[in-house]
Ligand binder design. Structure first.
Ligand code: SAM
Length: 291
């Protein structure tokens, strides 16, 4: 019986064999805890029908679990040293394709259509490189492919922001954007000891499932741009941030006042108190008043 790639001993043996160490610049921390890997697979409810995308397979520890549980796996890896390792460690699995590519540079919708077929549902399961967690999440949510579930490991501090409640310090642009697209649940908390090398932070596995936007807008990116402006100076009032963005001319201020009135939002409030629904009201009112 072969030993799991992710077992502590085999992980270290593979790194030694190739003369490699985890690279900080690529956010490399390898999972070496089989219980956590099983927990991730369970959280993703994988079946032999599922198409899975992994971001950052590393030496293949999680990939192996995914290959066993899913129909097929497409994995994006930026580090050519890892791609070489993977050609050996994943050789026993004929349902895995490794792409040597920066996931942030990939045209995800097109690549997924080519790999799995146009419009096929996809689950993303990954132990993310923490230095780019937010850009990856946003790229996945905005790419417009048919996603069924995202099960992603990240720094606990970021996980806390995803499902934060208005008025808390964790609540911010990321929370509002996530709320537009997804239902968020924390699936697992993961101690640093589950990795080689152990990261300096606690980690969590978050499960996102798609939800239809309660109030869909034509161009979500424009709504999010407004939300970003409203949070630009977190400690300042909404009014302050809005005039910062749109200007302080009398005409502009009149329009801003009219839009705020229409949306029923107090200009002295801070962005951190506003729900996605209120941001949407404000966005639509601003559009209507030509701001
Ligand atoms: N999946 C492995 C595991 O769980 O043990 C490794 C996870 S490690 C936290 C993150 C992985 O993402 C590394 O293999 C790293 O090289 C890769 N990576 C970093 N930046 C990337 C990028 N922009 N695109 C694709 N992969 C990336």
């Amino acid at each position: 019986k072969t030993i799991d790639i992710a077992s502590p001993a085999r992980t270290q043996a593979i790194l030694n064999q190739y003369g490699l160490r985890a690279k900080k610049k690529f956010g490399q921390n390898f999972l070496t805890d089989g219980n956590i890997l099983s927990g991730i697979v369970d959280a993703a409810n994988l079946t032999k029908e599922d198409h899975v995308v992994e971001i950052g397979p590393g030496i293949g520890g999680l990939t192996e679990y995914l290959a066993r549980a899913a129909k097929d796996v497409l994995a994006f890896e930026i580090d050519s040293d890892m791609v070489k390792v993977l050609s050996e460690t994943l050789a026993p699995y004929d349902n895995v394709e490794v792409r040597e590519q920066d996931v942030l540079e990939a045209d995800l919708k097109t690549v997924f259509a080519e790999t799995f077929g146009e419009g096929e549902p996809v689950k993303v399961v990954a132990n993310l490189p923490y230095y780019i967690t937010t850009p990856i999440l946003l790229a996945l949510l905005q790419a417009g492919f048919n996603w069924q579930q995202l099960v992603v490991m990240m720094q606990k501090e970021v996980a806390d922001r995803l499902a934060a409640k208005p008025g808390t310090k964790e609540y911010g642009v990321l929370t509002v954007m996530l709320d537009y697209y997804a239902q968020v649940e924390t699936a697992l908390k993961v101690p640093a000891a589950a990795f080689n090398p152990a990261p300096n932070v606690d980690s969590a596995v978050v499960s996102l499932t798609p939800k239809p936007a309660e109030r869909p807008v034509e161009k979500p990116a424009k709504l999010f741009s407004l939300v970003k402006s409203c949070f630009a100076h977190r400690r300042k009032s909404l009014w302050n941030n809005l005039t910062q963005r749109f200007g302080k001319e009398e005409e502009t201020k009149d329009k801003l006042h009219a839009a705020l009135d229409e949306a029923g939002i107090d200009q002295g409030i801070r962005a951190e108190r506003l729900t996605l629904g209120e941001f949407t009201d404000l966005f639509l009112a601003l559009q209507k008043h030509g701001v």
